[in-house]
Design a protein around this ligand. Structure first.
Ligand SMILES: [Zn+2]
Length: 414
C-alpha cells in the first residue's frame, strides 16, 4: 500500500522566519540544497512570488507542448487531458496577472476546441462540449466580444442530453449541470434558466431514488455497472453538484442522508471506498477516495452549516495529510488535487493549520516533483502537460496559492 504515496515527513507547522533571513533562503533555493522546510519558513509573500513565477513558466511550457503554434486539428479537445485544459489554465493566469495575451491565447484555443467538438456527443464541462461553450462564453465576455458570446451561448443551448446519459460528473448529467452553474456564476444568474436546470435536477434525483430503492442510502447511481462513491464517477461528485442547485426540502434531506450514509460507512482508517461494497482501502485521490469526498463535505458544511459535515471533512483531510502525498503530480489523482482539500478547509474555517498543510504539499511539488518525475520515482501523468493528469494542474495549483483563501479546485469548486 505504501508504494502509492511518499511517507509524509513534513513537520505540520513551520514558523516563518524574519524577512531578513529570506535572501539567504532564496539564494539557496536556486541551488539544489533547498529543503521543503526552508521553503515553508519563508514569509508567505515571498513563497507566493516563488510559486507564481514557477506557475507562469510551467504555463508557457504547457501551452507550447499542447498547443504549439496552433493551427492543426486537435486530437483531444477536453479540459481533462486536452487543449481546453490549457485554455482553462491560461484563463486562470489571466485572472491572477491580468495579462491580456493569456486571455487572447485562451480564446484562440477555445475556438479550436469549438471546431473539434462540434460533433462530440459528450455533454459535460470536464470531458465534453459544455465545457468548451461555457469557457468560450466567459472568455468572450472578458474579451468584450458580444457576437462571440452569443455564439457560445447559443451553442451551449443546442447541447442535447440523451435519455441514456449517465449521472456522474465526468460524462453525465452532473457534469452538464456544473457547466450551467459556471455560466450563471460568470455571465449572469438566469443565463441558464431555473426551469431548465430544474428539469435535469428532478431527473437526477428521481434516478437516484429509483436505484437506492429503500436501501440504506437515499440516493444511488451506477456508472458502467458499478456504484461509485468518488468525485469523478460517483456520489461525491453528484452530491457536490446537487448542492449548487435549488433543491426542495425532501431533496435536501436525501442529499444529507446520502452524505451521512457515506460518513457512517467509511473505512476504519477514515478513507472512503471507491465504490459501494469495496473493501480495498487503497485510493486517496480526488477521483476515488477521501480527497473528493472531503471537498463535498466542505461544500455540505458551507451549505447546511452545523458540525457533522465539518467534522467529517476534517477527518477526511487527516487521511489526505497522512496518505495523500501521492507519487503522481496531477489534479485528478495526484498531489496537486489533494492540496485543494486543505485549501478548501482553510477557506471554510480560516484555520492556519490547513494553510500550512496546503503550503507543505505545494512546496513538496515545487521542490521535488520535476526531479522525481525525471528520475522515474514519480509519475508525470499519461498526458504529462494536461490539466487533470499532468503539470498543468500543478501550475493551476501554484496560481491558486497566490490567493489561497479564494482557491477553488478547477472545474469543480465554483
Ligand atoms: Zn483520477
Amino acid at each position: 500500500m505504501a508504494d502509492r504515496y511518499f511517507t509524509n515527513e513534513i513537520p505540520d507547522y513551520i514558523p516563518e522566519t524574519a524577512a531578513t533571513k529570506t535572501t539567504t533562503v532564496l539564494s539557496e533555493s536556486s541551488s539544489k540544497h533547498t529543503t521543503i522546510t526552508n521553503l515553508l519558513s519563508v514569509p508567505y509573500n515571498t513563497l507566493r512570488q516563488t510559486l507564481k513565477t514557477s506557475a507562469l513558466d510551467l504555463k508557457d511550457r504547457v501551452v507550447k507542448e499542447t498547443w504549439g503554434s496552433g493551427g492543426k486539428r486537435l486530437q483531444d479537445y477536453t479540459l481533462y487531458t486536452g487543449a481546453l485544459g490549457a485554455a482553462y489554465l491560461l484563463f486562470k493566469a489571466y485572472q491572477v496577472t491580468n495579462n491580456h495575451n493569456d486571455l487572447s491565447l485562451c480564446s484562440q484555443i477555445v475556438k479550436a476546441c469549438d471546431s473539434a467538438s462540434t460533433d462530440s456527443g459528450r455533454v459535460t464541462f470536464i470531458c465534453g462540449r459544455a465545457g468548451v461553450c461555457a469557457l468560450g462564453a466567459v472568455t468572450a465576455k472578458h474579451v468584450g466580444d458580444e457576437r462571440l458570446l452569443d455564439h457560445y451561448l447559443s451553442q451551449f443551448k443546442e447541447i442535447k442530453l440523451s435519455s441514456d446519459l449517465p449521472f456522474e460528473l465526468l460524462y453525465g448529467k452532473a457534469g452538464y449541470l456544473w457547466a450551467c452553474s459556471f455560466l450563471n456564476k460568470h455571465i449572469g444568474e438566469e443565463i441558464i434558466s431555473a426551469n431548465h436546470r430544474r428539469a435535469v435536477v428532478s431527473d437526477v434525483i428521481k434516478a437516484g431514488r429509483r436505484l437506492a430503492h429503500k436501501g440504506r442510502c437515499p440516493l444511488m447511481y451506477e456508472w458502467h455497472g458499478k456504484r461509485y462513491w468518488g468525485a469523478a464517477h460517483g456520489l461525491a461528485g453528484i452530491m457536490h453538484v446537487l448542492m449548487e442547485m435549488e433543491l426542495k426540502p425532501d431533496e435536501v434531506e436525501d442529499v444529507k442522508g446520502t452524505l451521512r450514509y457515506m460518513i457512517n460507512n467509511r473505512f476504519p482508517s477514515g478513507n472512503y471506498p471507491s465504490s459501494e461494497g469495496s473493501e480495498s482501502d487503497r485510493l486517496v485521490h480526488w477521483c476515488h477516495g477521501a480527497p473528493g469526498v472531503a471537498l463535498t463535505l466542505v461544500k455540505a458544511a458551507e451549505v447546511f452549516g452545523g458540525e457533522e459535515f465539518l467534522q467529517a471533512a476534517m477527518d477526511a483531510a487527516e487521511v489526505v495529510w497522512n496518505r495523500g502525498l501521492l507519487k503522481r503530480v496531477g489534479i485528478c489523482h495526484g498531489i496537486s488535487g489533494n492540496t485543494y482539500v486543505f485549501l478548501s478547509l482553510y477557506r471554510l474555517t480560516g484555520n492556519v493549520k490547513y494553510l500550512h498543510r496546503a503550503k507543505a504539499f505545494a512546496c513538496f511539488l515545487h521542490d521535488r516533483a520535476q526531479k522525481l518525475i525525471s528520475e522515474g520515482k514519480m509519475h508525470g501523468g499519461d498526458r504529462p502537460y494536461s490539466l487533470f493528469e499532468g503539470v498543468g494542474g500543478m501550475a493551476y495549483l501554484f496560481l491558486d496559492m497566490c490567493e489561497p483563501s479564494g482557491a477553488r479546485f478547477p472545474a469543480y469548486e465554483l
